[in-house]
Design a protein around this ligand. Structure first.
Ligand SMILES: Nc1ncnc2c1ncn2[C@@H]1O[C@H](COP(=O)(O)OP(=O)(O)OP(=O)(O)O)[C@@H](O)[C@H]1O
Ligand SMILES: [Mg+2]
Length: 221
C-alpha cells in the first residue's frame, strides 16, 4: 500500500516559486492498476517520481507499507526504490555507454537475483519486448521506440512489486504499442501494482482507478 498525504512539491523557476503539486492525497493499493492523466505541465511526471522514490515532496507524508518514509535520506530511498519499484521514465534515461543488455542488467545488482542469473534474465526480458537481436547495441544505435522498450525491460529487471510507467506507449507504432499494453496487463494479472501516466485513452480505460491532475491538484475520476 502506497499512501501520499498532503504531498506538495514546490520548485523555483528563476525568481518565482512554482507549486507543481498542491496537497495531493493518493492511495494506491496492492495489485491495483492506476492511470494518471492531465495536461502537459500539470505535474504527472513529478508525482510519479515521488511515488517511485526518485524525488521527494517539499511537504506532506509518504507511507509505504505502513512506514513513513518522508524523512528518509537518499541512500535509504535508493534501497527502497531498488527493492520495490520498476520505473519507466518519460525520456528513458538509458545509460549511453552500456549496451541494451547491460542497461537491462544494471539494476540487478541491487535486486534479489543471483549474479549467475543476470544475463539470462536480461536476454529473456529483451525477448519479451521483441528486442532479442538488439542485445549488443548501444542506445544511440537504437530507434526511440526501441530505446523505450529497453527501458521497459530494464524496469522489469528485479521483478518489482510496483511498476511505474511515464507515457510507456508514447513513441510506439500500433503493433508495438499493443504488445506493450499486453505486457503491462500481464504484470497486473500476476498481482503486480501498475501506475501509469498516459494520454492513451485505451490504456486509461483499462485501469481500475483513474486520476486526473489539474494544476498540481488531483481528482479521482
Ligand atoms: N526541475 C524543474 N525546475 C523547475 N520547474 C520544473 C522542473 N521540473 C518540472 N518543472 C515544472 O513543473 C511542472 C510540472 O512538470 P511535470 O514534468 O511534472 O509535468 P507533466 O504533467 O509530466 O507534463 P508532460 O505531460 O509534458 O510530461 C511544469 O510546469 C514544469 O515546467
Ligand atoms: Mg511528464
Amino acid at each position: 500500500m502506497i499512501e501520499l498525504q498532503g504531498v506538495t512539491k514546490e520548485l523555483s523557476r528563476g525568481a518565482e516559486r512554482l507549486k507543481v503539486l498542491d496537497s495531493v492525497d493518493l492511495e494506491i493499493s496492492e495489485g491495483s492498476y492506476v492511470a494518471i492523466a492531465g495536461r502537459s505541465g500539470s505535474g504527472k511526471s513529478t508525482l510519479l517520481s515521488i511515488v517511485g522514490c526518485v524525488d521527494t515532496p517539499t511537504q506532506g507524508h509518504y507511507r509505504l507499507a505502513g512506514n513513513d518514509i518522508s524523512g528518509l535520506p537518499d541512500a535509504g530511498l535508493s534501497r527502497l526504490r531498488a527493492r520495490h519499484f520498476g520505473f519507466i521514465f518519460q525520456s528513458f534515461h538509458l545509460l549511453p555507454e552500456l549496451t541494451a543488455e547491460e542497461n537491462v542488467m544494471a539494476p540487478m545488482r541491487y535486486g534479489p537475483f543471483p549474479k549467475a542469473a543476470w544475463r539470462g534474465r536480461a536476454r529473456e526480458l529483451l525477448a519479451q519486448v521483441g528486442l532479442q537481436d538488439r542485445a549488443e547495441h548501444k542506445p544511440y544505435e537504437l530507434s526511440g521506440g526501441e530505446q523505450q522498450r529497453i527501458a521497459i525491460a530494464r524496469a522489469l529487471a528485479n521483478d518489482p512489486e510496483v511498476l511505474l510507467a511515464d507515457e510507456p506507449t508514447g513513441n510506439l507504432d500500433v503493433t508495438t504499442r499493443d504488445s506493450i499494453v499486453e505486457l503491462l496487463e500481464a504484470q497486473h494479472e500476476r498481482g503486480r501494482t501498475v501506475v501509469l501516466v498516459t494520454h492513451d485513452a485505451q490504456l486509461e480505460r483499462r485501469a481500475t482507478t483513474r486520476y486526473r491532475l489539474e494544476d498540481g491538484r488531483i481528482r479521482r475520476q
